[in-house]
Design a protein around this ligand. Sequence first.
Ligand code: FES
Length: 119
Amino acid sequence: MRRRLARVDEIPQKGLRFTCREGPFDEEGILLRLPGGTVRAYKNLCRHLPVRLDERDPGTLWDPQGRHLVCAAHGARYLPADGLCVSGPCEGSHLRELPVTVEDGIVWLDEGVLGAFFA
Ligand code: FES
């Protein structure tokens, strides 16, 4: 099962948050449009400790320059292009990528891959 998230041209520069279900858990995702129009989606979950990147500073996902996604807890910095942590306590790890595809300008989330189920 897949779910429509947004049109590619609707994704704001700072990304679009969405919720998804993985198994029994509701999770938050971040949908990004990279330069050139490539789309990526990651779980809003740090790889150092299992907290949202903006757990300590709600709404803040980016460094002031807008180049890296940043965890407000201990400062891990992630590249938007591939989710690689380039500095911080989990350097070398990656944000968990969520399965999205683009078809005719529409971004779809493949919830079947996530093991989502609905009552
Ligand atoms: S919990 Fe994110 S850097 Fe520590």
